[in-house]
Design a protein around this ligand. Structure first.
Ligand SMILES: Cc1cc2nc3c(=O)[nH]c(=O)nc-3n(C[C@H](O)[C@H](O)[C@H](O)COP(=O)(O)O)c2cc1C
Length: 347
């Protein structure tokens, strides 16, 4: 998803729904579930995020408690053509926990080949992108465009399920446009074609990110299929996560934007993990994450990648806006990390 999208992160008060953070209603989030024979230790899934969900990001999400982590979308055609950068996106660290590699593409045999490559790379599962609304992806017939031809989309699921031993998941919007959306029909076809789980982002692709996700639609899908359904979209707090899990009757919740700059949110949902710390702890986490990012992307790319994260981590913290702005132009990653260290008094 290359299109420049302003990623809006919910305003933080530092408290993650404090009133309910330890409420008994959260117990459901902390139970294991079965994904096509894989044991997932809790109901909290880190969302696939293009340009973000690399190995370092997934390691961090796992460290903070996500039971399942999903890669950013990877081009099946890039794997087919032996593109080195694409091949690098398949690298998985065993310390990431249960990891799904998300693939996009429109050709069943190329997607099957990519699924095998992901399996060989150590993926626990593969996920098919049927939700990306970006024209660059859709005009190749991939992403949400697959939803326009359910028979063809199901043939991709079948080809991949036949090609690998690991579970094949599908991440779908409710349809291309609100008027034509038939999510239950799509879900049943994917289940019959061999999908082991579905993730539903219940907006239509044409709606992009407008409005709020209606998880009654997710619930309709969950009621219609026997395989686990994961709910994705606008789940911001542990209380909401528990509420969607219960009311939609789904197997798990997927967390995307709300955890950007706030990986502690995953732990607040999954339980047994440290709460969001004060600024000093936030800065320590950024430094730890940045070290993994550097090891994953190399110094130069890591410097640029980390710039997305500073405003997210510092939202709601008592840091002057000019310091946040300066972090975005510091020429090297070390310069930015040194600035952050100075902010908390470590010269
Ligand atoms: C920056 C960004 C990148 C995304 N990239 C992907 C992607 O590569 N694959 C995918 O299936 N969904 C992608 N999504 C959609 C998310 O996985 C998720 O379904 C959506 O953001 C709704 O969840 P949220 O409200 O928790 O963020 C992306 C979303 C954002 C904001």
């Amino acid at each position: 998803m290359k299109k420049r999208m302003r990623v809006v992160v919910a305003h933080r008060t530092g408290g993650h729904d404090d009133a309910v953070a330890d409420a008994p209603g959260l117990d459901g989030l902390r139970e294991p579930w079965d994904l096509g024979g894989l044991r997932i230790p809790n109901r909290v899934v880190q969302a696939p995020l293009a340009g973000i969900g690399n190995r370092a990001f997934r390691l961090q999400a796992h460290r903070h408690g996500a039971g399942l982590v999903v890669s950013e979308m990877v081009a099946s055609m890039g794997i087919h053509h032996g593109n080195r950068k694409t091949a690098g996106m398949l690298r998985i660290d065993p310390a990431e926990g249960v990891t799904a590699i998300q693939l996009f593409g429109a050709d069943p045999s190329v997607m099957a080949e990519a699924a095998r490559a992901a399996q060989d790379a150590g993926a626990s599962a593969v996920d098919i992108n049927m939700g990306c609304p970006v024209p660059k992806i859709c005009k190749t017939g991939a992403g949400a465009a697959l939803l326009a031809d359910p028979v063809h989309a199901a043939s991709i699921v079948r080809a991949m399920a036949d090609a690998v031993r690991i579970p094949v998941m599908v991440k779908m919007r409710r349809g291309l446009t609100p008027d034509e959306a038939r999510p239950v029909d799509l879900a049943r076809r994917f289940e019959q074609a061999g999908a082991a789980a579905l993730t539903v982002h219940p907006r239509a692709a044409a709606e992009e990110y407008a409005g709020t996700s209606d998880h009654r639609i997710t619930g309709d899908v969950a009621a219609a299929v026997a395989i686990p359904v994961v709910a994705s979209g606008d789940i911001l707090t542990p209380g909401q996560a528990a509420g969607v899990l219960r009311s939609a009757g789904c197997a798990a919740v997927m967390i995307g934007r709300a955890a950007l700059g706030d990986p502690w949110l995953l732990g607040a949902m999954a339980g047994g993990h440290a709460a969001r710390p004060g600024l000093e702890g936030v800065v320590a986490e950024v430094a730890r994450f940045a070290a993994d990012v550097r090891a994953t992307l190399g110094d130069h790319t890591a410097c640029h990648y980390m710039r997305k994260f500073y405003p997210w981590y510092l939202a709601g913290e008592d840091v002057p806006a000019r310091e946040v702005a300066a972090l975005l132009t510091d020429p090297t990653l070390d310069d930015a990390l040194a600035r952050l260290a100075r902010l908390v008094g470590h010269a």
